[in-house]
Design a protein around this ligand. Structure first.
Ligand SMILES: Cc1cc2nc3c(=O)[nH]c(=O)nc-3n(C[C@H](O)[C@H](O)[C@H](O)COP(=O)(O)OP(=O)(O)OC[C@H]3O[C@@H](n4cnc5c(N)ncnc54)[C@H](O)[C@@H]3O)c2cc1C
Length: 479
């Protein structure tokens, strides 16, 4: 019984870290009962805040000694329940390891601890001519360790790629507490792409304690536009037309009418509230050629039914546009007490079809759904609005979410573009992968995490049933 071993483990953790860096009081643990996926909750038995790799290693060794599960957590912005301690155990929160250790502009890399908030690095680089390219909309809160674990993308993924394209190396604490370095400052390390294996492993293979990230040169110029459309289909056709014309915008984002209302109330940008959809389009690069790209995009939008195309005329306008987009999720708080964000991906040309399907699913389940998403990547974020205190609404949200993700698969897409599988989408893994594929992934997990104590019941379904089915059979049965 874990409960019998815990008091002794907690004593030892306190001896290691001091009382103030070990939480074991229920009222304090409640803060950690869920992440951004608020539908499933479970308290850890203890939360610890290491300040160094050596401390992470010592914590992991203690958890092994007492046979207690453990899992890493960054800022807890996961939208897939990645930080849910399914069977309790020790949560290792890395936010105190938050130093930018080194910046090497000539070699174009930086070394950061995992608890560095994404935007801090770009802020620190201001004026140097470089930035850190992965820019999830949560970048003001989420950590680089969390980004590595989930292979985060963001609005600028379309041109600059996802986190794996910007990670050169990772220092990790393995599931037995040993410390290894995978990759490092040099490009293209020999052998298997070990950092590539770590990125996107959702904390199931090892705990990242230090990251070597690639730095990207700032573009010489930007043109940022707002295409205003009276129909969602016209907006999505414009997206396909822009890509088909051979233009790769730095970002191509869409917001529908439902989300505009919340964003406008929050930021007063002057969005046209009667528009059915707006596209936020940015091109960047060498100044020479940007005006032509802007004009071409503008004319493609107009020929696909745009009512107007506006351009951000000043840096302040551009910043406000991006603030409105990146904080759109926060603004959703004005529309409902809780929301569940889905993360399906479809081929871009299927966007009109999937958006119509999502509205129909919302209508049928009487759940309001608004959309703000990375349209250029075909990466949808339908946001299902509900009140988590109402069990019936929770059941309808889960049912609608399941149908949306099924529809994405049916369109030739996937159930996650960037938020990961976590606990939320475990039951979709056998729909996306064959039994052989899953067995191979399981063998890889076992090579890193043979006893399964690190982040159990995440990402890969456990034989027979997924963790959440075991925890909440009633809830899953309702889906
Ligand atoms: C408003 C909002 C907007 C968002 N927008 C985007 C977006 O544009 N793009 C995007 O990709 N995501 C987005 N997300 C999802 C989320 O922010 C990302 O998944 C982010 O990378 C999580 O970082 P975090 O520090 O909060 O990690 P957490 O939520 O704390 O953890 C996420 C996962 O990573 C694991 N983990 C955390 N730290 C480590 C570590 N050091 N080593 C190993 N494993 C670790 C955890 O166990 C968990 O499985 C958004 C979320 C919100 C709430």
């Amino acid at each position: 019984m874990i409960a019998l071993r815990l008091p002794k483990l907690i004593d030892e953790l306190r001896e290691l870290l001091g009382r103030e860096r070990v939480l074991a009081n229920h009222a304090e643990l409640l803060v950690y009962e869920c992440d951004g996926f608020v539908i499933e909750k479970n308290c850890p038995d203890a939360v610890v805040f290491p300040a160094s790799t050596a401390e992470v290693s010592a914590i992991v060794k203690l958890c092994n000694e007492y046979d207690v599960p453990f899992l890493p957590r960054g800022a807890g912005t996961s939208l897939a329940g990645g930080c849910l301690p399914v069977d309790g155990g020790v949560m290792i929160v890395l936010t105190k390891m938050n130093r930018i250790l080194d910046i090497q502009l000539r070699d174009r890399y930086a070394i950061v601890e995992p608890g560095v908030v994404n935007v801090w690095l770009t802020q620190k680089l201001k004026g140097t001519g470089y930035h850190y390219a992965p820019d999830p909309s949560s970048q003001g809160a989420c950590t680089i360790g969390g980004n590595v674990a989930t292979n985060s993308g963001g609005p600028h993924t379309l041109k600059y790629g996802v986190t794996v394209n910007h990670v050169l190396g990772v220092e990790c604490v393995l599931a037995d507490g040993s410390i290894v370095q995978l990759g490092g400052p040099a490009e293209d390390a020999a052998g298997l792409d070990m950092p590539g294996i770590m990125v996107g492993s959702e904390g199931t293979l090892a705990i990242a304690t230090r990251v070597w990230v690639r730095l990207t040169r700032d573009p010489q110029g930007y043109r940022t536009m707002l295409g205003v459309f009276d129909s969602v289909t016209d907006a999505t056709n414009a997206i396909s037309a822009i890509i088909a014309a051979g233009i790769i915008p730095a970002a191509l984002e869409m917001m529908d009418q439902g989300i505009l209302e919340a964003v406008e109330a929050a930021f007063h940008f002057g969005f046209p509230l009667d528009a059915q959809a707006i596209l936020l389009i940015e091109v960047d690069g060498l100044e020479a050629g940007l005006d032509q790209q802007r004009d071409r995009i503008s004319s493609l939008c107009m020929s696909n039914g745009a009512r107007e195309v506006r351009q951000a005329e000043t840096i302040q306008q551009r910043q406000l546009l991006w603030k409105s987009r990146k904080q759109a999720f926060g603004a959703v708080g004005r529309l409902s007490p809780s929301y569940c964000t889905q993360d399906g991906v479809v081929p871009r040309t299927k966007l009109p079809e999937i958006l119509a399907t999502i509205s129909e699913i919302g209508r049928r389940h009487a759940i309001r759904i608004v959309n703000v998403f990375h349209a250029g990547d075909g990466n949808l974020h339908p946001i299902l609005l509900f009140d988590e205190r109402d069990e019936d609404q929770v059941r309808r949200v889960l049912a609608a979410s399941e149908e949306i993700l099924e529809a994405c698969i049916a369109c030739g897409g996937s159930v996650t573009g960037e938020h990961g599988i976590g606990v939320e989408k475990l039951n979709f893994m056998p729909k996306l992968f064959t039994a052989d594929d899953l067995a191979t992934m399981e063998r890889l997990r076992q090579a890193f995490n043979p006893l399964g104590r690190l982040s159990p019941k995440k990402m890969l379904p456990t034989a027979g049933a997924c963790g959440m089915e075991q925890m909440h059979p009633g809830r899953r049965a309702a889906v």
